[in-house]
Design a protein. Structure first.
Length: 594
């Protein structure tokens, strides 16, 4: 297998390795070798960090052997083409010193995608732990660490003792911890290590799921990334013209890896004609007892802050004609405007990101529903429309040309063929399983063509037509019309997907929904895309949100809901104040009240 990915090793690389192992085991193969892996030596200090992390992650994924590409090469080599050493030359040598002939004992913190740790032991019985953290630079302190030693990625000794405790740096540069004593003692010290200086939570504000006239709460998803329970407070800044009923909502103790969705009640809301609500959310640590005095004197132990733009993410009840003419859609139908760089995938090619303008690619997207169909309308600004027809060429790749992909998911679908259980301790890391249905729509020279790319029963990452027996590929189950205005440079999509085809998606509660706009002007020019989940502030990547597997896209974690059949108020006036409501923490978004 070749696991070349984008981003750091914890992104696409880890997901690809997990997929290779899962598919191999499903077909009775117990060993996976990665016969090529590497990164272009553009940022040599960063690639030096990647080398040891990649080998540790390969072991955590179940990969039996990883071969680095390559030894001596100006673009990819550990050495330059004339065999001059680089920083990665040293970190590779140090990693091989600690890992050669070693076997994995345990994944130390499988719940987290912020802190990573793997315990190994070699044939001589020496225990070696590889530990690192993303995004911050902090420290790790072990009790009963009197005999522990630490080495940095270049092989230099680091860290220090204080009595029986041992403290070492923790950051994106891997730290190697060695111990010759009892394995159980070392393992317990590692799992219970005191980790400081690392932002312990991931916070994401969720889209609104009820009309702004109903003053819906600001919902914030909080996930604990540390190896110990934490508690804290979440606050938010209100959009312009809004007033919050509560300034702060507490959470915790929140166990490692667990997620809670908090609601900050809103007293007054003003409706934005562009369905755009800029906010900031932040979380800070909260202590009890004597420590609260220290917080007042020194400030919080940790703080996490994010700026986002929220939107009303709902489908309105109506039955449009699926003919490519959007004029019959309700004037007050909430629309999502994907017209800023926030909607560009974080894993796009830099050439496309720099060249992008709203005229290159942007869209206004609306959704609707009735008893039989879920409807999608998209008005896409695209300066050049290019698409290939699978009817004319079965091996044309529609996702590599101008097209619209949509993904649905539900954590409650019992029939979904999960690549790993949702309740597994490592379920939130690497390969995610939140897409259960995926469709693609393209306007080709042969006319509109629709494709089914994922279903609950299809193998993850199946790419049509390489596996046409999986029930994927060209489909006529969806109603689909599309038009192109070359003068105005607008492509219009109008789609109706039967609810009968969206098994596992319950109408009465929020579900995962995301769309991806693909852009390809002409052969040889940058290919790029926009994603609704990126615009909704999602932080995670996922190689199985959207086909194909070699594009790393944003995870399908943002939520969507259906407006009640009798919407209580039009979306064109300032919302009247409502009495404050108490926050109601929950582990999942709540459905809007009927």
């Amino acid at each position: 297998f070749h696991a070349y990915g984008v981003g750091g090793p914890e992104d696409d690389f880890l997901a690809r390795m997990e997929h290779a192992v899962l598919v191999s085991k499903a077909h009775g193969k117990e060993k996976v070798w990665i016969t090529e892996q590497g990164w272009p030596q553009v940022d040599r200090s960063k690639i030096a960090e990647y080398v040891p992390r990649a080998y540790a992650l390969a072991a955590l994924s179940g990969v039996g052997q990883l071969d680095w590409f390559t030894l001596a090469n100006d673009e990819y080599g550990l050495f330059s083409a004339d065999y001059q050493p680089r920083p990665a030359t040293v970190t590779y040598a140090v990693a091989s010193h600690f890992l050669e002939g070693a076997m994995l004992v345990k994944d130390l913190w499988p719940h987290s995608h912020r802190i990573f740790g793997a315990l190994f032991k070699n044939a001589a019985g020496r225990k070696v732990a590889a530990v690192w953290a993303l995004g911050d630079r902090g420290s790790i302190t072990l009790d009963k660490g009197k005999e522990v030693k630490a080495f940095n990625m270049m092989g230099g000794e680091t860290g220090g003792h204080s009595g029986d405790k041992f403290e070492a740096p923790l950051g994106e540069e891997i730290t190697w911890l060695t111990y010759d004593g009892d394995q159980a003692v070392f393992l317990e010290a590692l799992e219970k290590a005191r980790i400081e200086g690392i932002t312990p939570v991931e916070i994401v504000a969720q889209p609104f799921l009820a009309p702004i006239s109903q003053t819906p709460p600001i919902r914030v998803r909080v996930t604990n990334q540390l190896n110990r329970p934490i508690e804290g407070d979440v606050e938010a800044s209100a959009p312009k013209g809004w007033k919050l009923a509560e300034s702060k909502v507490g959470f915790g103790p929140l166990d490692p890896g667990k997620t809670v969705t908090l609601e900050i009640p809103v007293r007054q809301a003003t409706i934005s004609p562009t369905n755009s609500y800029p906010i900031a959310v932040w979380a800070t640590s909260r202590h009890r007892g004597v420590s609260s005095l220290l917080v007042r004197l020194k400030g919080p132990e940790w703080r996490a802050r994010r700026e986002q733009t929220l939107a009303l993410a709902v489908a309105t009840p109506t039955t449009p004609n699926v003919d490519g003419d959007l004029s019959e859609w309700p004037a007050d139908a909430p629309a999502l405007h994907a017209d800023t760089k926030a909607f560009l995938s974080p894993w796009e090619a830099e050439t496309y990101t720099k060249a992008w303008t709203p005229g290159n690619l942007s869209a206004t997207v609306m959704t609707a529903y009735d008893d039989l169909y879920f409807y999608i309308a998209a008005r896409v600004a695209d300066n050049v429309h290019t698409a290939a027809s699978v009817t004319a060429d079965p091996y044309a790749q529609p996702w590599s040309n101008d097209s619209l992909q949509v993904a649905f998911g539900s954590d409650d679908d019992p029939d979904a063929a999960r690549v790993k259980p949702l309740d597994a301790p490592y379920a939130g890391r690497g390969l995610l399983s939140e897409t259960t249905h995926e469709f693609l729509f393209a306007l080709t020279p042969q006319g509109p063509e629709a494709f089914r790319l994922q279903s609950p029963k299809s193998p993850a990452l199946t790419v049509y037509p390489t596996n046409p027996t999986a029930g994927l590929g060209l489909t006529n189950v969806a109603r689909f019309a599309a038009k192109r205005d070359d003068v105005g440079e607008i492509t219009t999509y109008e789609i109706g997907i039967p609810w009968s085809e969206l098994t596992g998606i319950a109408k009465e509660k929020p579900f995962h929904f995301a769309f991806k706009l693909n852009d390809r002007d002409r052969a040889g020019e940058p290919t790029g895309w926009m994603e609704s989940a990126a615009g909704a502030g999602e932080l995670r990547g996922n190689s199985i949100t959207f086909t194909p597997s070699w594009q790393y896209t944003t995870a399908n974690r943002s939520v969507w809901a259906l407006l009640p059949l009798t919407s209580p108020a039009p979306q064109d006036a300032t919302a009247a104040p409502s009495p404050p409501s108490a926050p109601s923490p929950s582990s999942a978004p709540q459905a809007p009240a009927p």
